[in-house]
Design a binder for this molecule. Structure first.
Ligand SMILES: Nc1ncnc2c1ncn2[C@@H]1O[C@H](COP(=O)(O)OP(=O)(O)OP(=O)(O)O)[C@@H](O)[C@H]1O
Ligand SMILES: [Mg+2]
Length: 463
């Protein structure tokens, strides 16, 4: 093998607790210096392939592995969920971590750290706390850690999925510059912006088989593969979700934020650090409509959503209704909430239990089977929520938060990681909830997601 080459030979992976393999007998060779875009529907095995090449399957993730996966040279792996990659309290130490393991000398480490942080467009210094980063910023921090390693082979799992278009462009440029002369395999659902930067496109079927593999011109000349956001394709029609699944079971409130300011306080061993996350924000969410909070990475969208849901205290201004006064059971009944990293909040052992959980606690009932059907998760009913793919976990989190039909629906980046088919399900659920009378707020950088009102934010304020 040449340095920088990556290879799968007869690669088969059957995770513990699953009847059929996720990928079976897969052969794939990526030459040194080649840049490959790996695409396919949610759940098709993209992350599995990257983890296989990185040697993470079998060792830390239980299952049956056969065939071989080999990489010649140093690997830089960017995980799909960037929060999983944070290792240190401050940005500088976090990026330095991998470099310290390479035993580089101190000056070289810090030179690379500063260079990597600025290349991904993180405007903070080495001493900024990692706990104070937004989801998109965490993603860029993780990428900085990977690029700083100057690996021979870059394995990048949806590196721009959580970013707005302009931040994504900056990050893509950083990746392209960092990948020069190296091997790169990048997974992404929205493929168009990558096509000019790759040599080859590999497409997976829903069942994890390679259905096409060739250069970009060949890919563009062929028929658009199903389950992939192909260049120039029309936005899919949101799924027509039956009203009885989404009609609010209780009142749908008008939520208003009036001159709201928020300080996020980060407590560490060395004391507390305050960051002003929102400044004098006035906005409202109305019943029967979808309000989209938009704006660049780090603009305060998630914080504003958290304030509307009574999950974050304000230092100034008034929020009505004041959901912070509600007991947790009342709050759960009134509001469905999906955070930006929903995969951290699963409470039960199976997908079916997860969807029925809130209703059971409230003493009501939901039609779990039909809800799972809408979200394309029916075959995972007995599976462990934590074993699902990134896109599947996000859909499960939405299903679990909304199955009991709350009047207030607050979703942080609900369409991240979805293919056109699963996107239509998520968009359909959102649209149907509002049409049935719910108050819906979403934070999103997805320009295609239907909305009635848009509130643009920048730097913690209404833009
Ligand atoms: N332990 C497990 N039990 C059951 N299913 C599993 C297990 N581990 C992985 N899977 C399944 O393997 C399939 C492939 O997962 P993978 O994460 O590779 O998909 P992906 O193509 O990256 O999807 P996404 O676009 O949603 O990130 C998914 O359907 C996932 O649910
Ligand atoms: Mg994945």
């Amino acid at each position: 093998m040449a340095r920088g080459e990556a290879r799968l030979d007869g690669f088969t992976w059957k995770p513990l607790g699953r009847r059929d393999p996720v990928v079976a007998g897969l052969d794939l060779t990526v030459g040194a210096g080649e840049r490959v875009l790996l695409v396919g529907p949610s759940g098709s095995g993209k992350s599995t392939i990257l983890l296989g090449l990185a040697g993470a399957l079998g060792a830390s993730i239980a299952g049956e592995l056969s065939g071989t996966a080999s990489v010649d040279g140093r690997i830089g792996l960017l995980l799909q969920n960037p929060a999983d990659a944070v290792v240190a309290e401050h940005l500088g130490r976090d990026v330095a971590f991998g470099l310290e393991n390479l035993r580089l000398d101190r000056d070289e480490i810090w030179r690379r750290v500063d260079c990597a942080l600025s290349s991904v467009g993180l405007p903070y210094g080495r001493d900024h706390p990692t706990g104070a980063l937004s989801g998109g910023e965490q993603q860029r921090l993780a990428l900085a850690g990977v690029l700083a390693l100057e690996p021979d082979v870059l394995l990048l799992d949806e590196p721009t999925a959580m970013l707005d278009a302009s931040t994504a462009a900056t990050v893509r440029d950083a990746i392209v510059a960092g990948a020069r002369g190296r091997t790169m395999i990048v997974v992404e659902h929205h493929i168009e912006p990558w096509l000019e930067h790759v040599d080859r496109v590999v497409v997976l079927s829903p069942g994890g088989e390679v259905v096409s593999d060739g250069d970009v011109a060949g890919f563009l000349a062929g028929p658009p593969p199903p389950g992939v956001w192909s260049p120039g394709m029309r936005t899919p029609e949101p799924l027509d979700v039956p009203t009885d699944l989404v009609r609010p079971a209780g009142p749908a409130p008008t939520v208003t934020l009036d001159g709201v300011s928020v300080d996020l306080v980060l407590r560490t061993l060395r004391g507390a650090q305050r960051t002003r996350a929102l400044h004098d924000v006035t906005a409202s969410l109305d019943p029967g409509s979808v309000t989209a909070l938009t704006g660049p990475s780090g603009a305060g969208k998630s914080t504003a959503l958290g304030v509307a849901g009574g999950l974050i205290a304000v230092v100034d201004g008034v929020v009505t209704p004041d959901l912070r006064r509600k007991r947790s059971r009342e709050l759960a009944a009134a509001m469905g909430w999906v955070p930006q990293n929903p995969e951290h909040g699963f409470l039960t052992r199976t997908v079916a239990d997860e969807v029925g959980h809130t209703a059971r606690r409230l003493g009501t009932s939901v039609d779990v089977e039909r809800v799972l059907e809408v979200f394309g998760l029916a075959r995972f009913a007995p599976s462990n929520p934590y074993r699902l793919s990134g896109g599947e976990q996000r859909r499960l989190a939405i299903a679990a938060a909304l199955a009991h039909r709350p009047g207030l629906v607050l979703l942080d980046e609900p369409t991240v990681g979805q293919d056109p088919v699963t996107w239509a399900a998520v968009a359909g659920w959102i649209a149907a909830s509002a049409a049935a009378g719910a108050t819906v707020g979403v934070s999103t950088h997805d320009a295609e997601l239907p909305r009635d009102v848009e509130v643009r934010m920048a730097a913690g304020a209404i833009a």
